[in-house]
Design a protein. Structure first.
Length: 252
């Protein structure tokens, strides 16, 4: 059985076996017993993941046609496909599980925030993104691409940019380069007032990133706090520790 590509779902299917093997090699460096693949599509990665010994494997796939194709091509997957959007599901396992996938580009950032919701259960995530997004997630302070995603992910995970994936590795070739990154949950996280406070501060600071922190986040702090020299800086100059410390000085 063949399948068709759906642009509306951001589908670009991996066809390069070497890239697939490199992703699986990165996965095999981890210790895990439960694995979730996001967006298996035509099964390029799935066929290798089904061979990992001694684990529970599930895949989440929204597209009806791909579900039928996968069940026909890989009988071992039957009963282990969650036929929904990743954005709508509850954690698919009890306890820890690893997340892996060639993520649909149109919802890749939302998938990342979903993993952050599940962070207590997800020690590792290995994912393919547009290279630009992957670099943003991995960026550090001072970088032009350091931003909201960088801070909110790196508050909880160490991010490693693993390798580039060229357009020719896909069918159809996307217009942009891709990149594979690995997230490993930090054993200890920085102290902040609340996730809500951190998220509000970071989003407000970077949404007006050309302004000083004082001008961009004025509504979140009392006038006396805003006199601190740190507010002369712009968002991209602050470390995750800086943002975390500032949450305790916010009005709310």
């Amino acid at each position: 059985m063949q399948y068709t590509l759906k642009k509306s779902l951001g589908q670009h299917f991996l066809k390069d076996e070497q890239v697939t093997r490199d992703i699986v090699a990165a996965l095999n460096q981890e210790t895990f017993t439960q694995l979730l693949e996001v967006g298996p599509g035509g099964g390029a990665l799935t066929k290798y993941l089904l061979q990992v010994p001694g684990i529970s494997f599930r895949a989440v796939e929204l597209d009806d046609e791909k579900v039928k194709f996968l069940e026909g091509a890989y009988p071992a997957i039957r009963g282990n496909i969650i036929h929904q959007s990743i954005l709508d599901i509850e954690p698919p396992f009890e306890g820890d599980f690893v997340v892996i996938g060639n993520f649909p580009y149109n919802i890749s950032s939302q998938i990342l925030f979903k993993v952050l919701e599940w962070k207590v259960q997800v020690p590792v995530m290995i994912g393919m993104f547009q290279k630009e997004v992957a670099l943003r997630i991995a960026a550090g302070p001072g970088s032009k691409v350091y931003g909201i995603l960088s801070v909110l992910v790196q508050a909880f995970y160490d991010v490693e940019y693993l390798f580039d994936v060229p357009q020719q590795a896909f069918n159809p070739p996307p217009k942009v380069m891709s990149g594979v990154i690995r997230l490993r949950r930090k054993p200890t996280t920085v102290d902040f007032k609340s996730e809500k406070s951190l998220s509000s501060l970071v989003k407000m600071a970077f949404n007006q990133r050309r302004k000083t922190l004082r001008n961009a986040t004025r509504s979140l702090f009392d006038a006396s706090v805003l006199e601190d020299e740190i507010f002369n800086k712009r968002a991209e100059q602050l470390s995750i520790d800086d943002f975390a410390a500032l949450t305790f000085r916010m009005k709310q």
